[in-house]
Design a protein around this ligand. Structure first.
Ligand code: TMP
Ligand code: ASP
Length: 236
């Protein structure tokens, strides 16, 4: 597999063309940003952890009949993925209140939600990824009704699989963000699933093992990413 030109560079990843038109390389950086990139930093070895964690999760999801863009791991910081057209919607699933929902609704963090809460955010940095609903999505023609049904259905299924996967590793899956893409007229899960895009609280102690350690200056950020990787690979 030949790594060719850079196609796109985001805040945490770079996408490279390959010699196969349908496949690209997703490279994970150590760069970390928060609050619309107003806070910037580096988390040593984050890229390695997120690459390995995401690969493992994509494999688990595929085994559970969730289509993803994942093809295979290439090296410590890279994976081969299908070249998708990203749907500019960030889907947030919440099982326990934290962060955005606590701020939005003025409620404490740590309240267990009886039913998971799904939110759509418009993937648009200059507008600060605003919360919006399906009517906005149709008005902006970001997805068809069939695509949005698939996105919603997959998001709930992913939540069920991941609550179980992380639960067995003594981690509560507080919330997470998903992005989907179009590949050959089908909706597939894309982007990454990692401590950058999820909140994990250790069962019992409620210790935060995710990017909130960076966002909130809680210290030992690198250790948290390493700990999640260790648990993900523990094969429980
Ligand atoms: P929030 O509570 O700040 O809305 O975040 C919800 C989840 O989404 C949390 O697990 C972190 C993740 N997230 C991203 O992946 N990217 C983002 O830009 C933001 C704001 C949150
Ligand atoms: N990565 C996002 C940013 O830099 C925000 C976040 O994850 O908190 O804006």
């Amino acid at each position: 597999m030949q790594k060719l030109n850079k196609i796109y560079e985001g805040k945490a990843k770079i996408i490279y063309q390959t010699d196969q038109p349908d496949l690209v390389i997703q490279y994970f950086k150590d760069d970390a940003t928060a609050f619309d990139a107003t806070k910037r930093g580096t988390i040593n070895s984050k890229g390695i952890c997120n690459n390995k964690i995401s690969a493992e999760i994509f494999k688990v999801l595929e085994k559970n009949n969730i289509p993803t863009h994942f093809v295979k791991l290439l090296d410590e910081r890279s994976m081969l993925v299908k070249r998708v057209e990203i749907v500019p919607i960030e889907v947030t699933m919440r099982n326990i209140t934290a962060g955005g929902i606590s701020k939005l609704l003025g409620i404490d963090e740590g309240i267990i939600l009886d039913n998971p809460v799904l939110e759509y955010h418009y993937k648009n940095d200059s507008l600060h990824d605003p919360l919006f609903n399906e009517y906005h999505i149709y008005a902006l023609k970001l997805a068809t009704a069939r695509e949005l049904e698939a996105i919603k259905d997959l998001s709930f299924k992913i939540n069920t699989v991941l609550i179980d996967f992380f639960g067995k590793r003594d981690l509560d899956l507080v919330d997470f963000k998903l992005e989907f893409g179009r590949y050959k007229n089908k909706i597939v899960l894309a982007d990454e699933i990692s401590p950058d895009t999820c909140r994990f609280w250790e069962k019992g102690t409620k210790k935060k093992l995710d990017k909130d350690r960076f966002r909130r200056d809680l210290g030992d950020v690198e250790g948290a990413y390493q700990e999640v990787l260790k648990r993900v690979l523990s094969g429980k």
